[in-house]
Write a protein that binds this ligand. Sequence first.
Ligand SMILES: C[S@@+](CC[C@H](N)C(=O)[O-])C[C@H]1O[C@@H](n2cnc3c(N)ncnc32)[C@H](O)[C@@H]1O
Length: 303
Amino acid sequence: MGVAFPYQRTYGLDMTVLELLNWSTHCLEKNQIENSRLNAELLLARSLDLSREGLYMNLRGPLQKGDKEAFERLIQRRISGEPLQYILEHQEFWSIDLKVDPRVLIPRPETELLVEQSLRILSESPFKRKPFILEIGTGSGAIAIAMAKERKDVFLVATDLSREAILLAKENARSAGVQSQIEFVSGDLFEPFCVSKKQGLFDLILSNPPYLHRHEIQTLAKEVKDYEPMIALDGGEDGLEFYRRIISRVPFYLRPGGWLLLEVGQGQNPRVTELMEETGYFFHPESVPDLAGIERVVKAQKK
Ligand SMILES: C[S@@+](CC[C@H](N)C(=O)[O-])C[C@H]1O[C@@H](n2cnc3c(N)ncnc32)[C@H](O)[C@@H]1O
């Protein structure tokens, strides 16, 4: 459904960039869009094909024919609830520019903790050969790409059930110049692999799986529930379905002395810790808080 966009009533068609920016900010604000000024700036910069700095250099300049209409379409998408990142097709993660669109979850800043903890383990563990890492549920490829960028000596396999996500993750890996370090595979959790319990295969297994309670999803912001892929959100009836499935199978795929690191939702770390302990394969798991003090990563070393 269209939204009221009031500039034409107030201004003539010869308005400046600044006037358009002010009016669009007002319009977003009236429609309860958070950070309305920043949203307006980024969307206007995009529609005028300028950087944000370029936009500021041109504030007094006139608009070209068609500029306002193109911009209005972007503003309308934002007011309808489409995430800014999907409109801009861009999200930064670990200082890497990633393309994002509705095929993948928008990577969240708190997920950088999983990368940070994995890098710490790698730097503290002596490996005789190239560390071999599995990421389950790679989405945009954010975690695997960040790991590959930081450590030229690692090789990763990144999986996702969504073939569409794998296509985008491959594109992101190519843009980041790390495609030779990551093999992307589509499949259900460990389905693409076949290894014996004794050998194990990977030194590190990482995942930020879907972890929302199914019934909670409808209570989320429109931006999330109507736009982000359900396959990336739905963690089953109690939000723990993927932890159960991953933890019960992980010992078959992890080398002795290897590590499992999982991102968890708020309040899920005690149950995820129990699930790891119940297998009998791990030393005592540790929870690590994010910057907001929420226990965000649970990690454990295989005996
Ligand atoms: C919470 S998202 C995480 C995406 C990305 N790793 C990140 O942190 O931004 C979970 C991902 O798991 C994938 N997924 C869901 N079910 C899966 C399954 N059975 N096997 C493999 N991947 C799955 C989804 O497609 C989604 O990309």
